[in-house]
Design a protein around this ligand. Sequence first.
Ligand code: ATP
Length: 362
Amino acid sequence: GTDADGDPGDPVLELDGVGKRYGPETAVSELDLTVRDGELLTLLGPSGCGKTTTLRMIAGLEDPSEGTVTVADETVAGDGATVPPEERDVGMVFQEFALFPHLTVAENVAFGLEDPDSEAAEERVTELLDLVGLGEYGDRTPGDLSGGQRQRVALARSLAPEPDVLLLDEPFSNLDVRLRVAMREEVRRILDEAGVTAVSVTHDQEEALSISDRVAVMHDGHVEQVGSPAEVFEHPESRFVASFLGQASFLPAAVGDDSVETIIGSYDRDLLEGLTEEYTGADVDVLVRPDDLRATPANESEADGNVVRRQYTGPSFVYHVELADGNVVRCLHNHAEDFDVGEPVGVTLVADHTLAWYPAER
Ligand code: ATP
């Protein structure tokens, strides 16, 4: 979203009050989004929250029931306009890549170009195959390529006509886990080098946080929060955003004059981000993620709870600890601090940054 000088680029795509209804069902409502030149914005949310519908309205595959869609200063939907998909400067990479199996890689990439047999098209195809690292594969057919290579071809094909906006629908979901992580770095590099403005859709939070300039977290057809990955992860504005990102737990706390009291101990009020005077005496829920908590041997402190699950992930352990109030929190350990399931443990807060909190719903 920012150029080399740190200035946000010009808006390339704008959604203004966009909604979509299917009969009585509202798929998307009152959606406002601005995507700036060269930016990758990811729509992130659970199944059914309206991500794909939003993408399809940008592409022109669905008409919005209300609101306007503007691409490069042209209103393409709403306000009386209905520009069909092929007349929008919008490219799309589909989940299943949708390559033509009987055409070569080079022919697939040339497909979207105005004059695919021209010398200019040939040059453009060469340029794009080099960009995606498939310079040597132009004569192959998609059937002779790996999943990751097929995805690069799909990307090259949709970039060939130099779209104003590129849409990516769950671009990594058809790749195996290992390839997925490698390909998302690769796709980010290709988008950067192409300088294209892009919108992607995923329900994978790690993917969204690792490749995007900004993330729009969607819930029930609307955008709950838009911000940089760090903003949405560290300062979630709603309980929904908080619980959707990271392995979140909520720790009940009573706010006193100088401290906050929780079931695992008393902490300084300053621990809670932006806690104002009016909350003195109130109950709040503090957002805690595994890296905020550590389990400690019970004999070093009073036991706060019991280990109910021990999750081994390779480089780390996550201990799930049930506290006396029945609440389960997760504690991240880099090394095997060997606690057994059923073992009583203490839980302490790693209070090295302020924590987000929400008024209690009790
Ligand atoms: P997923 O991650 O599962 O693809 P999504 O976030 O992309 O989900 P959408 O596909 O946009 O969600 O769907 C949003 C809502 O609109 C859902 O409740 C869905 O059932 C509904 N919906 C989508 N398309 C149609 C349609 N053609 N007719 C009726 N309802 C629809």
